[in-house]
Design a protein around this ligand. Sequence first.
Ligand code: ADP
Ligand code: MG
Length: 499
Amino acid sequence: MSHCFTLVTTLTLSLFGVYAHSALSNDLNKRFAAIQESSLARLQATLPEPLWNYEKATTREILAAEGSIKEITRIQVFDQRTERVIIEISLNGTTRSPSNGHWAPVVREGPLVWTESEGGREESIGRVVVTFTPEHIEASLRAQLFQRVIEVLILDVLLVALLVFSLRMVFRPLHQLRDALFDLAGNSAEIASELPDSKFSEFSEVVRGFNLTMRKLRDLIDRHAAAKIEAQEALQKLKKTQSELLRAEKLAALGSMVAGVAHELNTPIGNAMMAASTIDDCAQKFDQLRATGVTKSGLESFLVSIRQGAQLLLRNVQRAADLVSSFKRLSGVSDDTKRGTFELHEVVQSVIRELAPVLKASPYVLINAVPAGVVITGYPESLREILRALISNSLTHAFEGREQGTMRFRYEELDAEHITLIYRDDGIGMTPEVMNRIFEPFFTTKLGRGGSGLGLHIVHNLTTGLLGGGIDVSSSPGQGCEFQLRLPKDVPEAGPVGL
Ligand SMILES: Nc1ncnc2c1ncn2[C@@H]1O[C@H](COP(=O)(O)OP(=O)(O)O)[C@@H](O)[C@H]1O
Ligand SMILES: [Mg+2]
């Protein structure tokens, strides 16, 4: 940059120099011409009189006086008639020979005419030849040129020095700023140092801005770090709360399950106890009868009572046993250990056969649209239990109070390892609220009317647990219900069985 500036300055100064030089040269040339004119005119005016009167001394004096002008090198006076030099004076001997010098001498001449002062008669007496030299013009021009060059050089040197100095003043803080910025970008803000205050007001503003920005950045990083720690703490707390909630929820679920189980078992066990005490009563009465003597009718009525009591006892104990068996499945662990390979169509068909007496007595239709030849390795009894629960729900919930209804099993290939068994009924369907809760244990819309709320919970547990699959349901009120069971073709072997 400094080179450019110096070049421009030098060029400008040189141009000015050239202009000034040519102006001066013009000026000097004009002056030179004027000197020539006036000198010649003076000689023409003063010389004729002494020449006419042959006053040699005066003539010489005039010539000498004129010759004191430093531009004049020679004055010659020629005679009119003889054309010979009458008088000559060589002055201001030139240092250089005019012939090989830079300048050529200028020779001017004029006629010398004598005029009579009274009569006005004019007489031509000769001519004067004056040789002028531009040596002095050239010298002063040269001197001026030299002076200009020196001026330009000094100015250039001064300018360059000034420029270098001021650029250094500007660049040093700029470099510092650049280094600090790189430092800041490369390292973290904690390590980067602040800039020292600058002597120049412009830079001190920039430095102040930089330091301010850095302080803000540090502040921001600090706050960010603090916020991160806070967020982590909050996350920890949240996780803790979540696990606590989960535990509480599990406990609550367990509590309600225990309450449900107790409630469910209460009726059959109460009934069984009642039946047992009835039998006991009968036995005591029979004992008393034995002392007085047993009649035939007494024996018969005793037997009837005992049989009725035993049947009641048996029914209720059976109900209790059934309940215990379903509770066992609540845990998702089935006691079905019979793993085997079976045909899906055949399993569906076996359930239909089982339910045939019930289905025949009803107006409802059950269709098995599963093609023959779909072979699965898994737990067929658990699958049967699932199908039974689904069918039973359609009969008790979907078709309740309806004249007709259709249930259908379909099959779809899901991928190489899975199949989908689809069960659909065209019954009353479910509201979204009900649909969201159907898999919950003890959720039933038939509380106190034979519903236990365990059917679909067991279906879900068996499907996702023992059978290693998944279950989806879609339904809306009036549109029936569809259950999609995604099952692996090869169900993995179950672990040890337990409650
Ligand atoms: N096919 C269906 N159509 C309409 N509602 C159904 C159907 N299957 C189940 N539900 C609803 O889901 C609830 C839970 O079913 P489930 O777990 O088998 O218990 P439960 O049959 O003892 O009521 C039922 O009470 C019923 O409201
Ligand atoms: Mg049910």
